[in-house]
Design a protein around this ligand. Structure first.
Ligand code: AMP
Ligand code: ZN
Length: 136
């Protein structure tokens, strides 16, 4: 746990939060600046700044928990859809540097915008990227 990290303090109960769920490894809290009603965050109790630092164990558990929370929240909130996302690095929109997964209930009339302008590519670029990323 990092003394400087607000999400470490929240996850470990040193700062109070609106907690929806807690177990030995995770705390799920309501976001204080919600994108939509019921916007929540899954916080691992162990500090990892981002997905690169996250242990494989936590990585494998976090999506199982996200699935359970999505089902429970959808039942309770009667939302029409659901986004699950997480940001790594400032350029990707990360503002708190303790790994967290966003659980965002979506409603027909909400004002949430998550998106990008679809780009273009070529078969050559796809082939190059496959080689590059596969390390061939
Ligand atoms: P990100 O931009 O992916 O790093 O997301 C950080 C999220 O944490 C934002 O949605 C903030 O509204 C939320 N947030 C920041 N501080 C707190 C806090 N003390 N309690 C609850 N949510 C917070
Ligand atoms: Zn932390």
């Amino acid at each position: 746990m990092s003394d400087q990290c607000i999400f470490c303090k929240i996850a470990n109960g040193m700062i109070p939060s609106a907690t929806l769920y807690e177990d030995e490894e995770f705390r799920v809290i309501l976001d204080l600046n919600p994108a939509a009603r019921g916007h929540a965050l899954i916080l691992p109790k162990e500090h990892a700044a981002n997905i690169y630092e996250l242990s494989e164990h936590a990585a494998s558990e976090v999506f199982v928990l996200a699935k359970k929370m999505a089902a429970k929240m959808t039942d309770a909130l009667h939302c029409d859809g659901f986004n699950i996302l997480q940001n790594n690095g400032e350029v990707a929109g990360q503002t708190v540097f303790h790994f967290h997964m966003h659980l965002i209930p979506r409603y027909e009339s909400d004002q949430v915008s998550i998106g990008w302008k679809p780009g273009e590519t070529t078969q050559e670029e796809l082939n190059d990227l496959v080689k590059l990323i596969r390390g061939e």
